[in-house]
Design a protein around this ligand. Structure first.
Ligand code: DGJ
Length: 700
């Protein structure tokens, strides 16, 4: 039987004829409606020649490529002590899901393939030991073919306050492998691995990508060899170990996406798919987070004025960050005791929450449940609850609790449940500020998932943000459990522009916490104008990370205006199609969000640094309807931008109305912004091009 999954312009063709494990005939562009005869002809037609000095049968990439089949590249599932080749037990299809059961000696491997309505391919394996002896499992990965024209690879690296830095390579023969060993994705998480036609960009090129939906250690690779197809491989970085009789290992879900419209084409599939399972059905509240405003300086007196200022500028959610819990006076102590500090909060958090609620805002609270300090009542009582011995190296002076211990999970559940029951907490900022520094992180990850799942079931109305020293744990299995991620600890807009741009290829903007910080960024010491800070925070889940009681009145007014602009735009910003422009000049970043009906759009034009030329290229918009006319005008978001020019392009003063085709094809000259400035444009459809009578003339 040859199976053909088709959705949204994507095809997956699987040849499950014979006793061998099904071969992947094709993953990528829609192959069209194929009759059974077409499918057979296609599957036969892709069978390759047999070269000299090779196995004596045509080598085809199966769902479980292995040495016993002649595949000498990286394997998928690896049971090195087993000598027999994998064989197919059954292949069944139910709608968009194919389930393949295969056997390798005593192991039964169930492979699930699903093509979502958006054309996102989801793959996973479950390996079960049906024998009487333990089986050594050294790898549990998904391997997919990509054609030879996919010669360029993009993946990500990064560091604290500098997450998701893109890196590109054109690997030769061999393996380009990215592995993580943090026990969380980490700041250098490879995140997405994309193989594409050389030079692929946001809007162009054919691309194939993988993402490992897993919050622990992962690996992703691209391999080119003489074996035939290049491959993308992805999975958890498994610590080799015995699979006991009767037990099973379930791989994370691998999210595989194809597009012939560049990286934005990947987002066009991933964002709608992620949005299809989002549980948030109301506007995302504008947030104020207290971290950079007060750090550990906690008291009702200190925070009351901040509550008032926040409410005045239109904030809807007030989040009390680190510093509220017992003895937590700095970042060197007292993690683990999740009770309210009686010295700084003698009457508990009630009075603060009452003021927050009375001012019309909901209340959020920071926690870091997976961690503990040696200097805490918890560790004094239960030193045996630590994941590693107490004399092992600390990280931010803290240790990790062993979440695989049921008593630890139960304790944390009870503490968090008690807080959520006692107080009107609408939101938890769930932090995780260190690597685990253990080789086998899986039990910890599964413990985390169990804990969050239990809490969500007990408190379904509470939203959760995943934070890990900023963006150190952003993956789609976490996103299944949380409503927001803290994209990075840096609020320096010059750095954050790039972090949001790249994180946003996978994650829709409404999940990306984006806050307006102080003029002098706490993480870089660099000063940025208010305009750029506001523009940068406008497009995500917007918030403020600043002591508004110390902000000048005119800046407060600007922030107030910005909050109301964000509220006006957020339905569009949080549901629209994200488009990013490929520019020749690295100093200029253009990014936009276009409403699903193409009737409205908002674009930001950001100049990060001195431009390459005195007159940068006109701004060409993207994603509009070429057949419609649009009014384009500068949007006042609260703070002006600075320019160095003797005259602005004339259209800037009053806006301009032009066909979408012209705005996208020719573009508009932009004001000459000084580095560190940005313009926001509002774009509104005003009619169809053919509804306007053409002027008489030779050109019309
Ligand atoms: C790291 C986070 O990323 C910050 O936003 C803040 O919550 C601190 N931890 C608190 O310790």
């Amino acid at each position: 039987m040859i199976h053909h999954l088709r959705a949204a312009g994507v095809s997956l063709v699987l040849d499950s004829r014979g006793a061998g494990v099904p071969a992947v005939v094709h993953w990528g562009r829609d192959a069209g409606a194929l009759s059974p005869a077409d499918r057979t002809a296609l599957a036969d037609a892709v069978v390759p020649a047999v070269p000299p000095s090779s196995v004596d049968v045509p080598l085809r990439l199966t769902l479980l490529p292995s040495l016993s089949d002649g595949w000498t590249g990286h394997p998928g599932v690896s049971l090195p002590e087993v000598r027999t080749a994998p064989r197919q037990l059954s292949t069944t299809r139910d709608g968009d899901v194919i389930v393949v059961r295969s056997a390798v000696a005593d192991a039964v491997i169930t492979t699930r393939l699903e093509l979502t309505a958006q054309g996102v391919l989801l793959l996973s394996h479950v390996v079960r030991n049906d024998g009487a002896e333990p089986l050594l499992l050294t790898a549990g990965d998904v391997v997919l073919p990509v054609p030879d024209r996919a010669r360029e690879v993009l993946d990500f690296s990064g560091r604290w306050a500098g997450e998701r830095r893109p890196q590109r390579t054109q690997p030769g023969q061999g393996v380009w492998l990215r592995e993580t060993r943090h026990g969380r994705g980490g700041h250098d998480d490879p995140f997405l691995m994309v193989a594409g036609t050389p030079g692929f960009g946001f809007a162009s090129g054919e691309v194939w990508s993988t993402h490992v939906a897993w919050s622990g250690d992962t690996r992703q690779w691209f391999e080119r060899s003489d074996l035939g197809p290049s491959v993308l491989g992805a999975g958890e970085r498994v610590t080799p170990g015995p699979l006991a009789p009767g037990s099973e290992y379930a791989t994370p879900t691998i999210v595989a996406t194809w597009s012939d419209a560049g990286l934005d084409g990947l987002s066009d599939r991933l964002h709608p798919w992620i949005r299809s399972w989002s549980t948030i059905d109301r506007p995302r509240p504008v947030t104020l987070n207290t971290w950079e405003a007060v750090y550990f300086e906690h008291s009702l007196e200190r925070l009351e004025p901040l509550v008032e200022r926040a409410a005045e500028v239109g904030v809807e959610r007030f989040v009390l960050d680190d510093g509220w819990s017992l003895g937590r006076t700095d970042d060197r102590r007292a993690l683990g005791d999740w009770t309210v500090d009686p010295i700084r909060w003698p009457d508990g958090l009630g009075p603060l929450i009452e003021r927050v609620n009375a001012a019309g805002m909901e209340f959020g609270l920071w926690v870091e449940p997976e961690m503990a300090s040696l200097d805490s009542d918890l560790v004094r009582r239960h030193p045996e609850w630590l994941l590693t011995p107490s004399d092992t190296v600390t990280w931010r002076w803290q240790h990790v609790l062993d979440l695989s211990l049921p008593e630890v999970e139960q304790h944390l559940f009870e503490r968090l449940d008690a807080l959520l029951t006692e107080y009107a907490i609408a939101y938890l900022k769930w932090d995780h500020n260190r690597d685990l520094l253990v080789d086998a992180s899986r039990p910890q990850v599964l413990g985390l998932y169990r804990l969050i799942d239990r809490l969500r079931a007990a408190h379904p109305g509470v939203e959760i943000e995943s934070c890990a020293s900023g963006g150190g744990r952003i993956d789609l299995e976490m996103l299944r459990r949380v409503d927001r991620v803290w994209t990075s600890d840096t609020n320096d807009p010059l750095v954050r522009q790039a972090i949001q741009r790249w994180t946003g290829v996978l994650v829709p903007p409404e999940y990306l916490g984006a806050h307006v910080g102080d003029a002098r960024a706490h993480t870089t010491g660099r000063v940025a104008g208010l305009g750029l800070r506001l523009v940068t925070a406008l497009f995500g889940h917007a918030g403020i990370e600043s002591d508004l009681t110390r902000v000048a009145p005119e800046d407060l007014e600007a922030v107030h205006r910005w909050v109301s602009v964000h509220k006006d735009l957020r339905t569009l910003l949080h549901s629209g199609r994200v488009v990013r422009l490929d520019g020749a000049d690295d100093s200029v970043l253009v990014h936009g969000v276009v409403a699903p009906d193409l009737g409205t759009a908002v674009f930001s034009y950001v100049v990060l640094d001195a431009t390459d030329t005195a007159l940068p290229a006109p701004l060409r918009l993207a994603g509009l309807d070429p057949e419609r006319r649009y009014r384009v005008a500068v949007l006042d978001i609260g703070a002006p931008f600075s320019v160095l020019q003797d005259a602005a392009p004339p259209w800037i003063a009053g806006g301009v109305t032009l066909p979408g085709a012209v705005l996208m094809g020719l573009g508009l000259p932009m004001p000459l912004l000084l580095p560190g400035n940005a313009v926001v444009l509002r774009v509104d459809a005003v009619g169809l091009t053919h509804s306007v009578p053409a002027e008489a003339g030779a050109g019309d």
